[in-house]
Ligand binder design. Structure first.
Ligand code: AMP
Length: 336
């Protein structure tokens, strides 16, 4: 889309922030209000009442998220910036998210890379990060593996196989493209970053762990792991790991520039397993805000104090970048 053309018609003193009312909308809209912008919650039918109870939500538009393109013109007429998140991508679909004619915070082209398990891993590899081995065929498998369907949501649709026999059994029930990945043994850690085009830097923002039903739950050996995400838990990493983690975030941002000719812009996440050798193996990225950043909502991430004199959460950080870009005539650098 002609972003610059659309932005020329925008009232930079009267911007609105809009997002799909789910996932991390609470902190995105609260942050936008704290930074003095108007807020629009686009709520799936039947869910608007919840967001209309929030003092910082100015307007609730109830519609099916897949119909978002039908309100594109209305959003533009309100000088709205769309902020994508995981449920936005899930409900609207990455193609519509890529094509929608509304200025979108972040690098929307990265959402397409995220949707394809092979491209996703190739981008992590291009950043020089340690990644799990991907097996080209079930016959190559020589240890425990995890099978991931493309587009699986929140860990559902994954299964673990201890050996080739279990893998063959599991694959019989699969329909659609998938990837067979080495199962990495260690603890999960999800790393939050923010790339600021205005300050030209990658900021380290914090960590979380997902709280997954049949992995973290009291299954008492009665159920297979299903990895369905129910919530998130905050995490601090050993301080000695932090410099390496920040370097990894910077390497990833450079690889994104190489492959998509734009930086990641705004929040992104690198998702890892940390081995008992303290090696960090990255199995996934998210090119937008992750729900786990909500664990620092309002009280802010401790690492944000590296950059700001008060703690800042990710919703507020996004809004700060939008406000500062509007004030300095640089909106075109933070939206695609
Ligand atoms: P995801 O939905 O991709 O975040 O992953 C779902 C769950 O599988 C999370 O608990 C991850 O930590 C775990 N996981 C994903 N890939 C691997 C892997 N290659 N080895 C071990 N665990 C993994």
């Amino acid at each position: 889309m002609d972003v610059d053309g659309v932005l020329r018609g925008y009232d930079s003193d009267g911007l609105a922030v809009a997002t799909i009312a789910s996932h991390s909308a609470f902190q995105i809209l609260l942050g936008a209000k704290e930074e003095g912008m108007r807020t629009i919650a686009i709520a799936p039918t039947g869910r608007g009442w919840f967001y209309s109870r929030m003092w910082f939500v100015d307007e609730v538009w109830e519609l099916e998220p897949r119909d978002l393109p039908s309100v594109a013109q209305k959003l533009v007429s309100r000088s709205a910036v769309l902020v994508p998140h995981g449920s936005y991508v899930e409900y609207v679909g990455w193609r519509a998210a890529r094509d929608i004619q509304v200025p979108t915070f972040g690098n929307r082209y990265l959402l397409e890379w995220e949707a394809d398990q092979h491209r996703k891993m190739s981008l992590l590899g291009a950043a020089g990060l340690r990644i799990p081995r991907t097996y080209g065929s079930p016959d190559e498998v020589d240890g425990p593996v995890m099978v991931k369907l493309y587009g699986a949501k929140g860990g559902s649709g994954y299964f673990v196989a201890r050996d080739r026999g279990e893998l063959a059994d599991g694959l019989r029930g699969i329909d659609g493209p998938y990837i067979i990945q080495e199962y990495v043994i260690g603890v999960p850690a999800y790393h939050h970053f923010f790339y600021s085009p205005l300050r030209d830097r990658v900021e380290l923002f914090g960590f979380d762990i997902r709280y997954e039903s049949n992995v973290d739950g009291r299954t008492l050996g009665l159920a297979e792991p299903t990895f369905v995400v129910v919530g998130n838990v905050p995490l601090v990493l050993r301080e000695s790991l932090l410099p390496g983690v920040l370097r990894d975030g910077e390497s990833f941002a450079s690889a994104v520039v190489d492959r998509t000719s734009r930086p990641p812009i705004g929040p992104f996440s690198l998702e890892s397993i940390v081995r008992d050798t303290l090696d960090i193996v990255y199995f996934e990225f998210s090119g937008r805000i992750v729900a786990g950043t909500s664990v620092y909502m309002v009280r802010g991430s401790p690492y944000s104090l590296m950059y700001f004199r008060e703690p800042v959460d990710m919703g507020r950080r996004i809004a700060m970048e939008i406000r500062e870009a509007a004030e300095s005539g640089r909106l075109g650098e933070i939206v695609t």
